[in-house]
Design a protein around this ligand. Structure first.
Ligand code: NAP
Length: 248
């Protein structure tokens, strides 16, 4: 099946590495102009350069998504430049793991503001002109642990579960404006975020993944690219697990 994108403009947060990079590259391959946002200018710059070198259209912008004022300034600059952003992928995320009694308030706050509050800021700022244009796709990258919980990740699981509630609420708020809002919940994907996992933990994981392999960033990008397409226009308020069958 070929998917339709009509030369839309997308903003992907956390596009400098891992899942966000794969999403940015796949959307660009489909003719979408992609604004690549990450914390460091080097990582989003390299991804945008790669897209342009491959014949696509991209722009890089370094923004700390945890900083509401910085997000506001960035969105104002981008909306002035592009007029409208049609597809928003809230993907930037971090972990700061620890059992609750050892979890500092800083680690709690950083994980909540980077993963969850960033969605509030971007969706509000990019969403307003989207509602005026009466077309939009918002895709939030949550996690299977937001559905299941995970010891040592209370901050991350709270943020990811929060993203699900946010997704379902905004889907209802924006539906009348022809904007779909969905969440994708990856299982265990091979990226820098999971690179530090001890070997025995990886082996244990294999036991609970029916498809018997860890996920690739591209596995998530394909789901996001579908949800961003014209053809996915009747799907909203949903959470799609892409996890090799871990959560059934
Ligand atoms: P990753 O490889 O660690 O990449 C994270 C990206 O987010 C980087 O580009 C990073 O920017 C950016 N980022 C982090 N903090 C930021 C901030 N404050 N401001 C702007 N950008 C920031 O992570 P990943 O594995 O691709 O994960 C992507 C998303 O999928 C996250 O939301 C994660 O929670 C979710 N997820 C991942 C997995 C998994 O197994 N990997 C599973 C479930 C869900 P820099 O490049 O500049 O550092």
């Amino acid at each position: 099946m070929s998917l339709t994108y009509n030369n839309r403009v997308a903003l992907v947060t956390g596009a400098g590495r891992g899942i966000g990079k794969a999403i940015a590259e796949l959307l660009a391959k489909n003719g979408v102009t992609v604004i690549c946002v990450s914390k460091s200018a080097e990582s989003c710059g390299a991804v945008a350069d790669g897209i342009v070198a491959a014949g696509g259209k991209a722009k890089a912008l370094a923004v700390d998504v945890a900083n509401g004022a910085a997000v506001k300034a960035a969105c104002e600059q981008l909306l002035a430049e592009f007029g409208n952003i049609d597809i928003l992928v809230n993907n930037a995320g971090i972990t700061k793991d620890g059992l609750l009694f050892r979890m500092s308030e800083d680690d709690w706050n950083n994980v909540l503001s980077t993963n969850l509050t960033s969605c509030y800021h971007f969706t509000k700022l990019v969403g307003r002109p989207m509602t005026q244009k009466r077309w939009g796709r918002i895709i939030n990258i949550t996690s299977v642990v937001g559905l299941m919980g995970n010891p040592g990740q209370a901050n991350y699981c709270a943020a990811k579960a929060g993203m699900i509630g946010f997704t379902k609420s905004i889907a209802k708020e924006f539906a009348a404006r022809n904007i779909t809002v969905n969440a994708v919940a990856p299982g265990f994907i091979k990226t820098d975020m999971t690179a530090g996992l001890p070997e025995e933990a990886g082996e244990k994981l294999m036991g609970v993944i029916p498809l018997k392999r860890l996920g690739e960033a591209a596995d998530i990008a394909h789901m996001v690219a579908f949800l961003a397409s014209e053809e996915a226009g009747y799907i909203t308020g949903q959470v799609f697990t892409v996890d090799g069958g871990m959560v059934m």
